[in-house]
Design a protein around this ligand. Structure first.
Ligand code: F6P
Length: 361
């Protein structure tokens, strides 16, 4: 049987551990099985734009990738071949041309490393153009229902926890309320985990719209006990209950832009209600950059090897995942069907409440 020749790409926002997946795929598929692995740059765009941006991957050009953040293949969240910018302000379907380019390159199929959006594109390529695809899930938000964990999440939580530890000491020195805004537009996993790990007093997540009065009550309660500082973790998608303004937006060109982030909104609502000195830190992309923690390096390596095993077994159309402590796989179709947010009755919410963390509702 001729050795396999496959493409590999990374799509959507980056996450620590992407390079570790690439390295694992290349070390196994090229180094051990003697396949050809072709890296496609900037998601599907590397084969959509002329000249094509692709490269032969070998174990030697993957040296040092295990601990390196970002993705050496580049990525974009503006590369949907089914809705590609036409250069005139509109969009066009370029998927046919992409499928042709994949075939011309002699690629038997693709390993697609990305979040739900990228996996959905892969699935559509398979359904409409017969391009075989194997998926590897990625998101620091940990919001894919098909896998118990995605690599990058633990690294992001580590960064956010470290930030909380640092804010804790300065908050205490100055008797301030410190608000830390972390990523999580629709899912509050990073805020919840970091909040518990960093000993936050309050956590605001998108899944639990908050009543600012409950946070002010918590701050006052702490003061009564002689604790004159408070640590609050706010997910970027957290919002107050109805009736409160959020977010402040202004018209900008064809769209609207947010002028006040989730943490600043809450800081404003607190200062409107009580005499309090607040400081806000927005952690932003610091959570996505830098080296993956050990756990994410291991998970990414397991995911990369399992992706190759799926191809070996002819199990195209599946996405690797973690179930409990075991690496497994599920049909991509099932994986993209459901999104995993924090259920208000999740056991970690109950744990957090048990140790006195206030969620604002
Ligand atoms: O989905 C991952 C994520 O990090 C979200 O938590 C965040 O809202 C978004 O990406 C930020 O994306 P960008 O890099 O486009 O600013």
């Amino acid at each position: 049987m001729a050795p396999h020749r496959i493409g590999i790409l990374t799509g959507g926002g980056d996450a620590p551990g992407l390079n570790a997946v690439i390295r694992a795929v290349v070390k196994y598929a090229v180094g051990k099985l003697h396949w050809s692995v072709i890296g496609i740059e900037d998601s599907f765009n590397g084969l959509l734009e002329a000249p094509h941006r692709i490269r032969d991957m070998s174990p030697s050009n993957c040296q040092g990738l295990l601990q390196r953040g970002g993705t050496v293949l580049g990525t974009t969240n503006r590369g949907d071949p089914f809705a590609y910018p036409d250069g005139k302000g509109g969009i066009e379907d370029r998927s046919e041309g992409l499928a042709k380019a994949i075939r011309e390159q002699g690629l038997e199929g693709l390993i697609v490393i990305g979040g739900d959006g990228t996996q959905a594109i892969g699935l559509r390529l398979m359904d409409t153009h017969g391009i075989p695809v194997v998926g590897v899930p990625k998101t620091i938000d940990n919001d894919l229902s098909a896998t118990d964990l995605t690599f990058g999440f633990t690294s992001a939580v580590e960064v956010a926890t470290d930030a909380l530890d640092r804010l804790n000491t300065t908050a205490e020195s100055h008797d301030r309320v410190m608000l830390l805004e972390v990523m999580g537009r629709d899912a509050g996993w990073i805020a919840l985990w970091a909040g518990v790990a960093g000993g936050a007093d309050c956590i605001a997540i998108p899944e639990i719209p908050y009543d600012p009065d409950r946070f002010t009550a918590k701050i006052k309660e702490r003061r009564m006990k002689g604790r004159h500082f408070t640590l609050i973790v706010v997910a970027e998608g957290a919002r107050p209950m109805e009736g409160e303004k959020w977010p402040s937006e202004v018209q900008h060109g064809k769209g609207r832009i947010q002028t006040e982030g989730a943490a600043s909104t809450l800081a404003r609502l607190l200062t409107e209600r009580m005499d309090v000195e607040t400081r806000t830190t927005v952690l932003g992309h610091l959570q996505r950059g830098g080296s993956p923690v050990a756990f994410d390096r291991v998970l990414a390596t397991q995911f990369g090897v399992r992706a190759v095993e799926l191809i070996l077994a002819g199990r195209w159309g599946e996405m690797v995942c973690l179930k409990g402590h075991e690496v497994d796989s599920v049909p991509i179709r099932d994986a993209v069907a459901a999104y995993r947010t924090v259920s208000p009755d999740h056991s970690l919410i109950a744990t957090a409440r048990a140790v006195g963390i206030e969620f604002g509702a």
